[in-house]
Each structure stands twice: as C-alpha cells, then as structure tokens.
Write a protein that binds this ligand. Sequence first.
Ligand SMILES: [Zn+2]
Length: 62
Amino acid sequence: MEQTWQCACCGEENETFIDPQGGDNQEFVEDCPVCCRPNVITARYNPHAQRYDLSTYQEDVG
Ligand SMILES: [Zn+2]
C-alpha cells in the first residue's frame, strides 16, 4: 500500500510502497528524493486505521 513518510533530514513528505506480506513490523532504508539522505523507516501496522504507522530517522547519525 502507498504510504507517506517524512524525511528526518529535510522534512519533505515522500511516498513509498509497503508490502503487507512483509509483516506487521518492517524496517527499511529509503533515500529521500529531495535531499538524497538515507532514512531508516520503521513501519508498524495499525489494525484500527488499517494502515502502517511510520517513523523515520536518519541512518548516518554521528
Ligand atoms: Zn530529505
């Protein structure tokens, strides 16, 4: 399903596709198309909203 995530670096909202077959808890890395920084995206399925709740952080901290 298409979901929106917010870049942890520049704040841009981007879209990504999450495959529900991958499970209720997923973590993957996606490069922001605006600032090209890698973001680690953690997706947790929310059965009430029937969507994933996404949180992001920058991969290369430090
Ligand atoms: Zn960005």
